[in-house]
Design a protein around this ligand. Sequence first.
Ligand code: M6R
Length: 351
Amino acid sequence: KVFEVNWDAEAAEKGGFEHFMLKEIYEQPKAMRDTMTGRVNAEEKTINFPELNWTAEELQGINKIFIVACGTAYHAGIVGKYYLEQLARIPVEVDIASEFRYRSPLIDGNSLCIVISQSGETSDTLAALREAKRLGARTVGVTNVVGSSVAREADQVIYTYAGPEIAVASTKAYTTQLLAMFMFAIYVGRLRNTLDEAYSQELVAGLASIPEQIHVMLEDVDQIKVFAREYGSCEDAFFLGRSLDYAVALEGALKLKEISYIHAEAYAAGELKHGTLALIVSGVPVIVLATQEDVYDKTVSNLQEVKAREAVVIAIGFEGDTVLANHANHVIYIPRTGKYHAPLLAVLPLQ
Ligand code: M6R
């Protein structure tokens, strides 16, 4: 079957950027708009997935969701778990695809298996998808590539519409995966009535501002360049956060390892004291994400613990935050947004 792919030649060129990764970072406002097109109704502040067209009845049998993916897509899956459990109130397990089929997953006809894959061709992810189907689960593929194997083999597909991602290091693929999972959780939450209309409208209104907020952030990167110069020769770095900030920290650590060849680890901020604190020595850069209001005080107290060990703390928090500057060595401020929206912005300085 022939598929028409609407990517143009310009999309596959560097367009004046030094390298593809940078270009793709800067493409995120457009990529986010494209992911929302046809799904976000800005006037009514609602979400629809015409390609799924689900009804509340169809969802009644689903009592568990499995999200399976590799690497960055796996990290997007972890964020997706928070979204789906909190907004749609369905238990979610997130699996690394290369582990999934070897652990005899307890998956059946009442399970929904979501596989996330930018390329739609990662062999472990495909194998996991096939295993989930063999066990009778309903499957949804979240992918960027039209007509890819995931798109063809999953029962239904959610395209992320990020445009071609040429750089090996994922950037716009990740943020559009987060956005797709966020919209999907709102969609399912409304169908299951676990999410009330007013709150869902508030969430959708927040989403509409995201592309412009990203655009503004990308216009002002001087501070990031200074940090890169100052700390780019370090050997280790740590990323800390709680809740959704922890999920984003995982992706930050992967990006730093992959692109800068610096050993980096992400920790749930409260877990650090259970052994790893020994590695926090004088001068080690520790990036602390502090965007989640419900765990904010606890995060600040973890920040103080690492500061006491003379780590160099770079905090990431919202504009208008007056606390972080009193404790961290440096603060990167991101535009204020909702707690579920925060990962979409907080990951940018890490990229
Ligand atoms: O194409 P996929 O999303 O299935 O690829 C999975 C991983 O290999 C990928 O996310 C990888 O971790 C990133 N490109 C790293 O930046």
